[in-house]
Write a protein of this length. Structure first.
Length: 429
């Protein structure tokens, strides 16, 4: 009954309540953000990886830095889990973590922030020093109501920031650059980017590219960047990280070589190996754009089949479901549509909606795509039956998450563990 009444309250009214709560939280923890330079990172895709890259570079540069990401919070030498399906903690949680950072002697905090967190004022009373938007593509329309409202929520991070870091290759760059008044620094592969990536190459050991930018003396220089990670789209995340570090007064050429020791966070283009003769990748891609980028990158690594396994979250953006089915059918050789946090929706109905996109793209049931509600069975089919030597099995949508929401209940779940179990069973045979 309470939930029903709660749903009748307009979100704008709820957000005023969240603003009051945020103020009380900041007061209770003595406004810890005042003792930190806050790096805020948002975007549809790439937020978590970019946060981890920024943290890595700052740590390597000897800075006193902590971070909060979807995967974890790191404060000094301590690590904390940051939740199952929430990127931005509630106001009291985030203020508590910021207070711990200050007490631990940190001077910089790198914080991953969602559009929900921005819209709901969860990060109110936290002044952003450098604001980063990795990209903005179709996502969370169920909550925001329209793409314009979603974009507006993302843009809130730019207001009041001293530096604004934006992807000039993103379709929404021209709109976003008019939000906020801090110094704008762009990144991308286009020539107009302030920090430009070029000569990008990919191998099974990672990606490399040339980063061109101007130093403090306004002299244009270039540095070779070597990233031991999969996915050409990670070049954008690296460029964003490089710009951010520079906004803190660190020369880019002093840290560019530090990318060589970077490791992707759990569930981001994560290679799962038990000695098999094909690849298994676990990745968090859960939007049409992220799935498109991931599959295009993986195609660079094999001439064999790509087998894509994914679903779409229940009670969330329904408009993306068919689009994801279409993307997978066009870019992967085989697709398996399955459950991914169905919540109180029927997993079968969600899968049917994904399948409409596959059929529209010319897919054929049980030939190029399969519909399997059990995520474990879907992974088993891909790993134990469909994969052949040299193939890539890519399991998308859950990444690092340690649970799956079924019927409103959080059930323990881990894509990596299920994939490893399937691999061991196959190898025993």
């Amino acid at each position: 009954m309470f939930e029903g009444l709660k749903n009748l309250v307009p979100q704008t009214v709820k957000n005023y309540y969240h603003l009051i709560v945020a103020g009380l939280a900041a007061l209770f923890f003595r406004f810890p953000a005042r003792g930190l330079k806050i790096i805020g990172v948002t975007g549809t895709d790439g937020k978590t990886t970019t946060v981890h890259m920024i943290y890595h570079l700052l740590k390597e540069a000897g800075e006193k830095v902590s971070m909060i990401s979807t995967v974890k919070a790191v404060i000094g030498e301590k690590e904390y889990s940051t939740g199952l399906h929430v990127t931005t903690p509630n106001s009291f949680q985030i203020q508590r973590l910021l207070r711990e950072m200050v007490d631990a002697g940190s001077e910089i905090a790198v914080v991953e922030i969602t559009s929900h967190g921005l819209d709901q004022n969860r990060v109110a009373f936290i002044p952003i020093y450098t604001a980063v938007i990795t990209n903005v593509t179709h996502e969370h329309i169920d909550y925001h109501g329209s793409f314009a409202a979603y974009l507006e929520a993302k843009a809130k991070i730019l207001r009041g920031a001293k530096y604004r870091v934006l992807n000039c290759d993103d379709a929404n760059f021209e709109v976003l650059k008019h939000s906020g008044s801090g110094l704008l620094i762009s990144f991308g592969l286009a020539e107009k980017a302030d920090f430009r990536g070029s000569s990008l190459t990919e191998t099974t050991s990672g990606i490399s590219f040339k980063a061109s930018f101007k130093n403090k003396q306004k002299k244009k220089i270039s540095e070779n960047v070597l990233l031991p990670v999969l996915g050409r789209f990670n070049s954008y995340n690296a460029l964003a990280a490089l710009v951010t570090v520079c906004s803190l007064g660190i020369e880019a050429d002093e840290v560019a070589d530090k990318f060589s020791t970077f490791q992707l966070p759990q569930g981001r283009m994560q290679v799962v190996s038990e000695g098999q003769d094909f690849y298994v990748i676990v990745d968090f891609a859960h939007t049409p754009a992220a799935l498109d980028n991931a599959l295009k990158s993986l195609k660079e690594y094999t001439h064999h089949q790509i087998i894509s396994v994914f679903g779409a979250a229940g009670e969330r953006d329904r408009m993306k479901r068919a689009a994801m089915g279409k993307v997978s059918t066009e870019l992967a050789d085989l697709s398996i549509f399955t459950s991914e946090d169905p919540r109180n929706e029927d997993p079968g109905e969600i899968i049917e909606q994904i399948a409409t996109g596959a059929i529209a793209a010319g897919g054929s049931l049980n030939q190029t795509f399969w519909k399997i509600a059990s995520r474990a069975e879907a992974i088993n089919l891909a790993v134990k039956n469909l994969a052949r030597k040299g193939d890539i099995v890519a399991i998308f949508g859950k990444g690092h998450e340690a649970s799956m929401n079924i019927g409103g209940q959080e059930i323990p779940w881990n894509d990596e563990e299920v994939a490893r179990k399937a691999l061991r069973a196959r190898l025993i045979k």
